[in-house]
Design a protein around this ligand. Structure first.
Ligand code: SF4
Length: 306
């Protein structure tokens, strides 16, 4: 295994400085584009309903993620409770909306990372990390001297602030954001963030600047780069053609997982167009749109596309 880049940042003291900077940010929180400006260290809560300490719903080797993350032994997934987006159709609404999980210390979070490494996982996969960047940096400051060496995956909804992502340069190896919509009205109505398309575009550019296109080792396991998830919604709500054009503009070699598993969950029935599953025809059309836009690296778990 190659030595992770975060080791150098830890040894130079830069990781400590970044954690301190992240703590300053949550005192008037602008970790994500919502910029709630609440003092999370004093118990105030913003739109993500989160304080200073992380809440974790589960952590385990995950065999259901993209094959390039799962490899042979699984992706070492840590699911953070709460979310900085408010998607009315969230498939994990018990975690993101209802707060299922336990508050843990930074030491506990570091211990989870180390235990996933000890179980042979290929990476540490931080799910819904955006509102927990400060806690992640604090935990890394403990886990790295204790032997953590796995690549880190930042598995976000795509609503990330560029200034926060800059704190993660040289620390995160694999960025795996969603790219949910390109239409502002849709983003506002379905996720409570009208500026999502613009913010996600800026975040994608910054992520790609830091890590480039997805790279894999000889076993097909991802080591570094950008992997984008795009969930096909019924009735064209995800704006796939526009999203694919933007990703192809970033790089034709952007690795994309076009997902077909939408089902009406939680409050999805509040939106008429979300009341049914995505059809096979809609999914096939979405893949064709991505091809027409020039994309050529597709996650191949379902149907063998390349
Ligand atoms: S991380 Fe939470 S509190 Fe901070 S700006 Fe985003 S939603 Fe608001």
């Amino acid at each position: 295994m190659k030595e992770p880049r975060y080791l150098r940042l830890f040894e130079s003291g830069e990781l400590r400085r970044r954690a301190d900077r992240a703590r300053e940010i949550i005192r008037e929180c602008a970790l994500c584009p919502h910029e709630c400006r609440v003092d999370r260290t004093a118990g105030e809560r913003g739109k993500c309903r989160s304080g200073e300490l992380p809440i974790v719903s589960s952590f385990h080797p995950h065999m259901g993620e993209e094959s390039c993350l799962v490899g042979r032994n699984g992706s070492g997934t840590i699911f953070f409770t709460n979310c900085n987006l408010a998607c009315i159709f969230c498939q994990n609404y018990d975690i993101s909306w209802l707060g299922s999980g336990d508050e843990v210390s930074f030491e506990d979070l570091a211990g989870m990372m180390l235990s996933l490494q000890a179980r042979g996982c290929h990476n540490i996969n931080l799910v819904s990390p955006t509102h927990m960047v400060y806690a992640i940096l604090e935990a890394l400051a403990l886990a790295i001297p204790a032997g953590l060496r796995l690549p880190l995956v930042y598995n976000s909804g795509g609503y990330d602030a560029v200034e926060t992502l800059e704190l993660l340069e040289g620390i995160i190896d694999i960025y795996m954001p969603d790219f949910k919509y390109i239409d502002e009205d849709t983003a506002g109505k379905l996720s409570g963030a009208r500026d999502y398309p613009r913010r996600a575009k800026d975040a994608l550019k910054e992520m790609h600047r830091q890590v480039g296109d997805l790279e894999m080792d000889g076993r097909g396991v991802a080591t570094r780069g950008l992997l984008v998830r795009h969930l096909v919604l019924p009735n064209g709500l995800a704006g796939t053609a526009g999203a694919a054009k933007l990703l192809a503009w970033l790089s034709r070699d952007t690795y994309i997982n076009i997902m077909d598993q939408y089902r009406p969950e939680y409050r999805a029935r509040e939106c008429f167009d979300l009341r049914r599953r995505t059809t096979l025809e809609e999914y096939d059309a979405a893949v064709e749109m991505a091809r027409e836009a020039g994309l050529r690296r597709f996650d191949d778990r379902r149907r063998g596309w390349r």
